[in-house]
Structures are given as structure tokens and as C-alpha cells.
Design a protein around this ligand. Sequence first.
Ligand code: PTJ
Length: 256
Amino acid sequence: MTDDIPESHPRYESLITRHRIEAGVEKGITSRQGLIAQGRGEAFDYLLGERTIPSADAAERAAAAHLLLADHAVLSVNGNVAALVPGELVDLAEATDADLEVNLFNRTDERMRAIVAHLREHGAEAVKGLDADGRIPGLDHERAKVDADGIGAADVVLVPLEDGDRAAALAEMGKTELVVDLNPLSRSARAADVPIVDNLIRAIPGLTAHARNLADADRDTLEGIIREFDAEDALVAAEEAIRSGGDDGESVAADV
Ligand code: PTJ
């Protein structure tokens, strides 16, 4: 089906992304609600000009520094993330020595296993999430279920495409939270230590590129990058970019 979309199409990437989400639903990985979430994200991405704005790039660099400094970093995977960037997440886990853990809002045993298998097909060795022997306090839905030696024990968690409740609960547990969300007004973005207002399909490879560039950096350098980053400023810059159709005065380049 992707073969039917010519690369010259002005919205090629967006159409490929839609196809991946659709295929994720067909494969039993992505929930049907994931289609709605994707549509919401697309609207923000369109207004951002479907590009990584400078403040998001700075956030990706700060997030990479956090992952490299972590004692135990975990990358949380849901149905949309698994459909859109499975191989890219495996690369990021390798570059930062982080664990991968499946954590679902609409949790079923079948979906959990399908996502674990999908990540393995994309090169993951160990994938956490099936034990579910830990709980995030203060949450009464399925996302509270975590592995005690995974998200339960992590000091830094990357939660791409999150729902606001868990973002707040993880912050409450004192974990450093890195969130990817195209909506700078979402509760998840606002609860994050590092909100990355960018599309997952650009943000995850961006994070990995920064992690690889910083692989030999010393602790002082990484701590300096983290100190320089201001979450509130990044959210304000993203909101301004959305309202003005481009953070640097450029008009939105996307075609309908
Ligand atoms: O797989 P599950 O069962 O864990 O369910 C996952 C979904 C996504 C259905 C669930 O977490 C959900 O309902 O999320 P929300 O509350 O719709 O929030 C999704 C947020 O992600 C919105 O703020 C969107 O703007 C944003 N978003 C959607 N697609 C992308 C995105 N952000 C970055 N990149 C995207 N591709």
C-alpha cells in the first residue's frame, strides 16, 4: 500500500505515517483510539510546519543527556509508538543503554504480546512489561501496571505519546520524565522535565543522533546541557511556533 504513495507527494511523510498506524491496528498492535490520537497529533504537526523546531531540537539534546546520565533509563512503548518507530526505538535503547518496556492504556494480554514480538522483530533483545509486578501509585487504570525492575525502578523514563494522568503520577514518584507530545498544552508535556514538542517519527531519530554525538561527553558537559534547558521556555516557544505558523517567521510549508 505504501507503494501507491509517490515520494514526490507533498505530504508523503504524513501519508506514510498514517499507513503505519493503520497497519499497526491491523496487526493488533495499535488500539483504534490510537488512530484518533494520531489525527490529533497530525493537526499540531501541520501547524508546526511538519519539522523539528529549534526548541524541540534543544529538548532532544537535553533528553539525550538525561538518558546518558541515568542510572537506569527506560523507554516506555505504547501501541502508536510501536507502530511508528519500532526500529528507531531499538536504536535509541542501544545508544543510551536503556531498557524497553511496553506499557498500555488499553492493555490486553494479546496486545502486550504482539508489541513485544513486534519489537523483537525489529531487533530488540529484552523487552519488559509482561511481568507487571509493580504499580504506579495514584493511578486506577491499566497504565499503572509496570515491571518492578523496569519503570518501577527507573530514575529516567521516556514516555513518548503519553496520557496526562500517568505523566503526573510518574513525576510524583520523583522520576525524571522525558515526554514527546506534539501538543505543548497537554498535561503530559506540562508535567515533563523535558517536553519534546515534535513528531515521534522525527524526535526518536533526533534523540539517538544527539545521544551518539554526546557518547564521549563527560558528566560536567552533560549536566551543563541539562541545566541550560528550560522546560517552560520550550513550551512557550512551541506554542508561539504553532500560533504564528513557524517559530522563525517562516510560513507553514505543509500542503493540504
Ligand atoms: O497504545 P495504548 O493503549 O497505550 O494507547 C495509546 C493512546 C495514544 C491511544 C493513548 O495514550 C491516548 O489516548 O493518548 P491521547 O490522550 O490521545 O494523547 C495523545 C497525544 O499524543 C496528543 O496530545 C497528540 O497530540 C500526541 N501525538 C499523537 N501522535 C503523535 C503525537 N505526538 C508526537 N508524535 C506523534 N506521532
